[in-house]
Design a protein around this ligand. Structure first.
Ligand code: G4P
Length: 533
């Protein structure tokens, strides 16, 4: 593809790791993020990271939530350096109503750290997030948190995670006791003991222990825990053997660490291992080929759009993941969907110590682009070549409402507003076949409030949203065009088109969906759709 490999570019790529921390709300994502940033020197004190967690009592006040989301723009991407590695940590909203935002952010990372609460084990959102990671074989490191609490037995927990998340695990550290008896962890990777002291503010030092039969083990953790540890480690070494990075990088095996984020315990080991094993910015499939990060020509895609809620400033920030080559300020790039050249005079970086306009960015980096409505999720920028990055999914919404225009004089504004809001990924828009009924689908109730409010305040369009009892929207395809046509004809009142013209079957209930699937074996029902295939 290219004559010479650009050494500077290769070095920049080698320096970078781009990842996200994911968890069910309350497992400790924010706390772990903060500890990482402390290690990276990006913040100086604990408590500096604003939780983007949406407070439970505020669920009815979406303005408050949007305000909190506004704060979270600044922390959407946190970049910091640790031991010569430039780490881009992409934040994901914890609230389940914004789950689609999280799923799309996962398309922009090369790996994830999954936090699990040792008391609660695998929770609902943990499963959903992992399903998204499995779709792309994203490498995962598991951090079992809150070991200072009485949680589940670690062996049971491993079984539960493997069973529920459908991934093989490989513990790299092992807890000694738990709850008020938590003594620390034994690092199976570099064979050392890390002792826990709940009241210590400093990270304790590793104590190398090559042979667990050494006397020092008893001295440090007592006889009972020493003999339990020897037994556990013998079993673990027998079962897991030595750790290999290839299956991890292929998304098949997830290394596991135990610790306590709030006590800053086990976090450094996690970070150290992360920078050693986590993948560099990876090659990515596009509609025509695979794009290598080392390509001299720049390319990247928009995975998230954040709108400004102030109606006087209808600007938005588009988050662009750089996938190949070098992004440069003021250079013209090719906006593939619009077929025109665009340039950016104020691209925004998220480097914590220097949140400012940047001159250039490299693969793995995320750039914030001020946008006045030119972007939608999934848009690709290149240096001239026509392709789209693939694998950016839309998920079947779970709540549906019909849009009723209350002011026919404002039809144009309403349509424009609906298009722009759905471009941002706030919701999905379906148009019913024949009837032209407009239906909005969302993952959570909150988005409907956001849409109604924004249509009125930004587009002067007043709408009523009437609930429709649909259960799921499934994208339908078939190898047999005739069968598909028949199905559409027969089920026309349940058929709609999404914004990109893809056919969708709107199922009233799980029962209806299952019945149609059984009765129409030639029709494929998909719960996700890719923006570009
Ligand atoms: P999230 O972003 O995943 O939603 O979780 P977050 O870090 O906000 O942590 C959720 C709660 O769990 C917080 O308590 C936090 O202090 C606590 N936590 C995090 N790590 C540990 C740990 O290792 N051990 C224990 N025992 N607790 C931990 P909170 O009371 O909800 O909030 P706060 O008042 O402490 O901020």
């Amino acid at each position: 593809m290219q004559a010479e490999i650009n050494t500077k570019l290769v070095n920049e790529i080698k320096k970078r790791r781009t990842f996200a921390i994911i968890s069910h709300p309350d497992a400790g994502k924010t706390t772990l993020t903060e500890k990482f940033l402390l290690f990276g020197g990006a913040i100086q004190t604990a408590g500096a990271v604003k939780s983007n967690k949406i407070k439970k009592h505020a669920t009815s006040d979406f303005m408050d939530i949007e305000r909190q989301r506004g704060i979270s723009v600044a922390t959407s991407v946190m970049s910091f350096e640790y031991k010569n590695t430039l780490i881009n940590l992409l934040d994901t909203p914890g609230h389940k109503d914004f789950a689609e935002d999280t799923y799309r952010t996962l398309t922009a990372v090369d790996s994830v750290v999954l936090v699990i609460d040792c008391v609660k084990g695998v929770e609902e959102q943990t499963k959903r997030l992992m399903e998204v990671c499995r779709m792309r074989d994203t490498p995962v490191i598991v951090f079992v948190n809150k070991m200072d609490r009485d949680g589940k037995n670690p062996f049971d927990l491993l079984d539960e995670i493997e069973g529920e998340l459908n991934i093989q695990l490989h513990p790299l550290s092992w807890p000694i006791g738990m709850g008020k008896d938590f003594k620390g962890v034994y690092n199976l990777y570099d064979k050392s003991l890390l002792l826990f002291n709940a009241h210590s503010k400093v990270t304790s030092e590793d104590l190398p222990v090559n042979d667990l039969n050494e006397e020092v083990v008893e001295q440090k953790i007592g006889e009972k825990f020493a003999s339990q540890l020897r037994e556990d480690v013998e079993l673990l070494e027998g079962v897991y053997g030595s750790f290999q990075t290839e299956p991890y990088l292929a998304g098949k095996v997830a290394p596991v660490f135990f610790g306590s984020a709030i006590n800053n315990f086990g976090v450094k080991e996690l970070l150290e291992t992360f920078i050693q094993i986590a993948p560099l910015p990876q090659p990515r499939p596009v509609t025509t080929r695979i794009v290598e990060p080392t390509e001299n020509k720049f390319s990247g895609f928009v995975f998230k759009i954040h709108a400004n809620l102030d109606p006087r400033h209808r600007d938005r920030i588009a988050f662009l993941r750089v996938c190949a080559g070098k992004f440069e300020r003021n250079k013209y790039f090719h906006h593939v969907r619009l077929g025109k050249n665009v340039r950016f005079s104020n691209p925004y970086s998220f480097l914590a110590r220097d949140k400012d306009i940047i001159e250039s960015a490299y693969p793995g980096d995320v750039v914030g682009l001020f946008d006045t409505g030119n972007f939608k999720i999934g848009d690709t920028l290149t240096e001239g070549e026509d392709f789209y990055f693939t694998g950016i999914p839309s998920f079947s919404p779970e709540i549906f409402k019909e849009v009723i225009n209350k002011d026919p004089m404002k039809t144009k504004q309403m349509e424009k507003g609906l298009l722009q809001l759905t471009d941002e990924g706030v919701a999905q828009l379906f148009t019913q076949f024949g009837g032209n009924k407009k239906i909005i689908g969302c993952v959570g109730e909150l988005q409907f409030e956001v849409i109604q409010y924004r249509l009125l305040h930004e587009y002067s369009a007043s709408v009523q949203l009437n609930s429709i009892a649909y259960y799921k929207a499934c994208w339908i395809t078939s190898k047999d065009p005739k069968k598909l046509q028949d199905f559409i004809k027969y089920k026309s009142s349940n058929i709609a088109e999404d914004k990109d013209g893809h056919l969708v079957y709107l199922a009233q209930s799980e029962w209806f969906l299952n019945t149609e699937r059984t009765n129409n074996p030639d029709i494929e029902f998909h719960f996700t759709s890719e923006i570009h295939k």
